[in-house]
Write a protein that binds this ligand. Structure first.
Ligand code: NAD
Length: 491
């Protein structure tokens, strides 16, 4: 028997897990609050050992039949899954906006269409995952991509629907069965995702959702020896823990982690364009892993750039994410607000100067002003560590070499932005050590392209063939061309 549904701004959402094709309540629940106004959204099922075990068993049971289907046979089911997401589009938008504070406008125009595409695109792309043959004089090697087995997916709160489907799409299309653990601060759109999968007719056990805290439910899932892969997006400390737990069973992990990406403005940049893009770094209240958060600006243009960006920041519409015109919403949780404030306080105490912001915004308890700090040193905490809030830093440089040195001078290596005359900016961008970098632009993504970080920003790549490389076992079936006779002198 399922628990009573929650009512989130008029949308009904199950607070239960989804295991083996049905809703499963828990003897323990956790409270969920909205970042918009701290109101209680409801009590959500906590994943206990029995739920983790049941979900993994269900996925194991479903695996033989699901993995035996061809990509062409799985595709209509995944297309229907996407259609069911489409039917729930407005519900997903309203719920994630209330639950995670993501802008309703961004949910409508960006996240929900992308969540659907995450399923349809990978279902289509899986058709190209044909077995390859390598012909040698001795033998034919039939190289297969076999689904790996039970995949555990763990996602963070800053964009749960988008990031969960980004992993689910390729994992399911390749023939794996999945257990998703959504973030405990924003689990509700993943519950709606389970409704969509159910309505689409995904066989029981192919996709399971177990909610709960990372330290208990998540830890139990990733430590289980029955799983074949862990696909994780989140913070560096959690990734270290997961890699160790999964490593004990030699289970491969894909780790998409934090960033401290440079936003370089060269002397020959179009300042107005760069400044307009700069203000975009406050999107989702700065809770975006790939945002350029360290501004590195040529010293000769720095005063003009600062004034241009200040103009855009002053005009940002800060407020309720449910309003279509809002551009910057709340920080996810009171604990995250405290963390962000403490970063700013320590930086200012250490000599940083506030160019703008630096305080709470009057709109509400979880709204932090878009902030820019300067007079910071490369080794300062605020330059080296990810804040994950609307707080940026600005340093100046005198030539390209110094810009590259500053850009590469942290332990992170996720993304970057480089503004300047195109050939010049492209040349500088190529010297920045990150997984990706945008020249005179920001946020252009394609599902076929590789995505991921280097250094502390992650291990592995997602997107296109890279997703399938991770979610599949590659096997070489060797068939000799001439009759084979056993011989001890064989090489
Ligand atoms: P987090 O690491 O605290 O939590 C992420 C997920 O891991 C949550 O679901 C949590 O419950 C779970 N978790 C926590 N401890 C666990 C454990 N011991 N075992 C298993 N699971 C555990 O991260 P967060 O605060 O939710 O998210 C913010 C972080 O995510 C930032 O560092 C951000 O940069 C990063 N992020 C990276 C990308 C990317 O693609 N590179 C995208 C979005 C967010």
């Amino acid at each position: 028997m399922g628990s009573p549904l929650l009512n989130v701004a008029g949308v009904e959402v199950s607070p239960d897990h989804y295991i083996d094709g049905r809703r499963v309540a828990s003897a323990q629940t956790f409270e969920l609050f909205s970042p918009i106004d701290q109101r209680l959204l409801g009590h959500v099922a906590e994943g206990l050992d029995e739920h983790v075990d049941a979900a993994i068993r269900a996925a194991e049971r479903a695996f033989p039949a699901w993995s035996a289907l061809s990509a062409a046979e799985r595709k209509p089911l995944l297309d229907r899954f996407a259609e069911e997401i489409g039917k729930r589009a407005e519900a997903l938008c309203v719920v994630e906006s209330n639950d995670a504070g993501v802008l309703l406008s961004r949910m409508r125009h960006g996240v929900v269409p992308r969540a659907m595409l995450n399923l349809t695109w990978f279902a289509e792309h899986a058709l190209t995952l044909q077995d390859r043959t390598i012909d040698t004089p001795q033998a034919q090697h039939l190289v297969r991509h076999d689904p790996a087995g039970v995949v555990v997916i763990i996602t963070p709160w800053n964009s749960p629907l988008l990031l969960s489907t980004w992993k689910l799409g390729p994992a399911l299309a390749a023939g794996n069965c999945c257990v998703l653990k959504p973030p405990e601060w924003a689990p509700l759109t993943c519950s709606l995702l389970a409704d969509a999968a159910h309505a689409a007719g995904l066989p029981p056990g192919v996709f399971n959702v177990v909610q709960g805290s990372g330290k208990t439910t998540g830890a139990k899932l990733v430590s289980d020896p029955r799983i074949a892969r862990v696909s994780f997006t989140g913070s560096v400390p959690t990734a270290r823990w997961i890699a160790q737990a999964a490593g004990a069973n030699l289970v491969p992990c894909s780790l998409e982690l934090g960033g401290k990406s440079p936003f370089i403005v060269l002397e020959d940049a179009d300042l107005d364009n760069a400044a307009a893009t700069g203000a975009l770094m406050y999107r989702n209240a700065g809770q975006v892993c790939l945002a350029g958060t360290r501004f590195l600006v040529h010293e000769r243009i720095a005063p003009r750039f600062i004034e241009a960006m200040r103009g855009y920041v002053d005009r940002l519409n800060i407020g309720d994410p449910r309003e279509e015109s809002t551009e910057v919403g709340p920080v996810i949780h009171p604990r995250q607000v405290e963390r962000v404030k403490a970063f700013v306080d320590r930086a200012v105490a250490g000599g940083a100067r506030v160019l703008w912001g630096g305080a709470m915004h009057p709109f509400g308890a979880q709204y932090v002003q878009p902030t820019m700090l300067t007079d910071v040193g490369q080794q300062d905490e605020i330059v080296q560590n990810e804040v994950f809030g609307p707080v940026l830093t600005l340093q100046t440089f005198t030539d390209d070499d110094e810009a590259v040195q500053l850009a590469n001078g942290t332990d992170y290596g996720l993304g970057g932005v480089c503004y300047g005359e195109t050939a010049h900016a492209t040349a500088v961008a190529q010297r920045v050590r990150t997984g990706f970098i945008w020249v005179n632009s920001f946020g252009i993504r394609d599902l076929a392209a590789p995505f991921g970080g280097i250094k502390r920003s992650g291990v592995g790549r997602e997107g296109g063939d890279w997703s399938f490389e991770f979610f599949c076992d590659v096997k070489d079936v060797v068939v000799p061309k001439k009759p084979f006779r056993a011989s001890f002198s064989q090489r």
